[in-house]
Design a binder for this molecule. Structure first.
Ligand code: SAH
Ligand code: F3S
Length: 495
């Protein structure tokens, strides 16, 4: 059986491309889940998983892979060598859907034509939003698994291989699906060697921003219990993990209904406190929060929980109050900048990143300039810049004054240039500073070097050896490029 740690390490190396948020989002995050080819040969079918989109999708793919390996399936080294190819999809923008559909068409044409027994499947958000339509339009697709059914992947593959069913499409809802994913990770935890791990704390989102398809693809907010999450973190630490990232579509709404506030602390802050108590865990991160969830209790938690890393990805979307209202974001520009200011007061070195959408319906040049000025006011360490994409059934899709594509492109280019300018300056300001990093493994660009992250979530590459892996190290930053710092441990040792 293929050792799970091999692909998990490969996964995190590929995943780290996401640390350059100014890159196109979906393209930057695409990654593949496969074996390194070292596993022993098995008679069980082999699977190749390709993931599009966000960290939640990465987490889901990891969980599905762990589940399949536990059931005896192996992970193939490439799609060409696989008996099953699964695409875990993203629906946030149309481009992401088209990319996965194009990929599936290529797989059908290139691979399935010669190997009719190859099983092809879609999972995740696009599977959820399009369902049976995917099989009707792409007859080579055998399997469509929605966002609440990941835990049934092995069972469905078994059915297809045993010829019990010809096609499977399951996009139903399932009570308790926010917790099923945990079972998968436990199944593979025995050989887990990753230093960092994602922990899914909730599913769904009730905010219904007018542009966003996520509430439709991921459903209503459902949170796991604090005990469950803490138990998973303990398991992970026992397997060598030193840093966890708590994941959800709107983590600041964690446990609102199920747990509620206590002593002036939101359920999310209670969770952060409980996870902080896990012995052996060094660092805690989370993504994605919503600005309206940054109450003083959360700001204050940054000041008193040393394991909580000083980095925050806070999606702003726009700098214009008029746009924010149309987007149904639930905060103003002033509230947003106030949060960034308070966080910087509590943790002066905090890294603040964001998401911005350009070309939302009704966005004039003047509105756009307000977003440009937000960049100058907040000076984000980095930002994902999205071109507005019309999504089925969302209120924004039928709003008046849709912005022409060429104007969207132009605003995207101008905004990205400013994001990068500020980012380069921010990264340069680290030169000469000492930082603490958690060493994750070989650098993704040059495997002879190592890389890790600062507490403020910046990648640092340095000359080191495998004995440094999983260590907290102090480095002196010697230079920087867009999205990467370069450090030297020797200088620290000599001082
Ligand atoms: N809170 C979620 C948000 C998911 S969508 C999470 O991070 O898990 C991620 C980002 O995609 C949003 O913050 C928004 O900036 C962008 N986005 C969502 N819908 C979009 C659309 N229709 N067009 C363009 N960008 C969009
Ligand atoms: Fe989407 Fe807004 Fe929720 S961006 S995920 S509806 S907070």
């Amino acid at each position: 059986m293929v050792e799970i740690s091999a692909f998990q390490h490969q996964m995190s190396a590929l995943l780290s491309r996401a640390d350059c948020p100014a890159m196109a989002w979906v393209g930057a995050l695409d990654c593949e889940l496969s074996s390194d080819g070292r596993g022993p040969v098995s008679d069980m079918p082999s699977v190749f998983i390709k993931t599009y989109g966000c960290q939640m999708n990465e987490r889901d793919s990891e969980a599905v892979a762990a589940q399949l390996v536990a059931k005896g399936y192996t992970l193939a080294a490439s799609e060409a060598a696989a008996d099953v190819v699964l695409l875990n999809t993203c629906s946030v923008r149309d481009a992401a859907e088209q990319k996965a559909i194009g990929k599936m068409q290529n797989l059908a044409a290139d691979l399935r034509r010669n190997r009719p027994n190859l099983v092809l499947g879609f999972m995740g958000c696009m599977a959820q939003s399009r369902g049976q339509e995917l099989i009707d339009k792409l007859p080579d697709v055998d399997l469509v698994i929605g966002t609440q059914k990941f835990h049934r992947t092995a069972e469905y593959l078994d059915d297809l291989f045993a010829d019990r069913r010809k096609k499977v499409c399951d996009i139903g809802s399932e009570a308790g699906s926010e917790a099923t994913i945990k079972e998968h990770i436990l199944a593979g935890s025995g050989s887990r060697k990753s230093v960092t791990a994602f922990v899914s704390i909730m599913q769904g989102c009730n905010q219904h921003c007018t542009f966003c398809i996520v509430p439709f693809t991921r459903g209503e907010e459902r949170s796991r219990t604090i005990e469950d999450i803490v138990a998973e973190c303990r398991e992970l630490v026992a397997g060598g993990v030193r840093e966890v990232t708590l994941l959800g579509q709107i983590v600041t709404s964690y446990g609102k209904r199920e747990i509620g506030a206590k002593d002036g602390k939101s359920a999310f802050v209670q969770l952060l406190e409980a996870v902080s108590e896990v012995e052996g865990l060094d660092r805690i991160r989370f993504t994605s929060p919503h600005p309206k969830g940054y109450g003083d209790d959360l700001v204050e938690a940054y000041g008193r929980l040393p394991k909580l890393c000083e980095s925050a990805h806070i999606p702003a979307q726009s700098g214009s109050n008029e746009m924010l209202k149309l987007m149904h974001r639930g905060y103003t520009r002033e509230r947003f900048t106030g949060i960034a200011g308070k966080l910087r007061q509590v943790r002066p070195n905090i890294g603040v990143t964001t998401d911005i959408i350009v070309g939302f319906p009704g966005e004039s040049e003047a509105h756009f300039q307000e977003t440009m000025s937000l960049l100058d006011e907040v000076r984000f360490d980095n930002a994902y810049v999205f071109k507005y994409s019309k999504r089925k059934d969302t209120p924004a899709a039928t709003m008046p004054d849709q912005v022409p594509q060429e104007i969207i492109e132009d605003r995207h280019t101008r905004l990205l240039a400013r994001v990068n300018e500020i980012s380069v300056a921010k990264y340069q300001s680290f030169t000469g500073q000492h930082v603490q990093i958690l060493v994750e493994g070989p650098s993704r660009r040059n495997a002879s070097r190592l890389e890790g992250r600062t507490r403020c979530n910046k990648i640092v590459v340095f000359e080191g050896s495998s004995r440094h892996r999983a260590q907290l190290m102090d480095l002196k930053i010697t230079r920087s490029s867009l999205c990467t710092l370069y450090g030297d441990p020797a200088i620290v040792n000599m001082e």
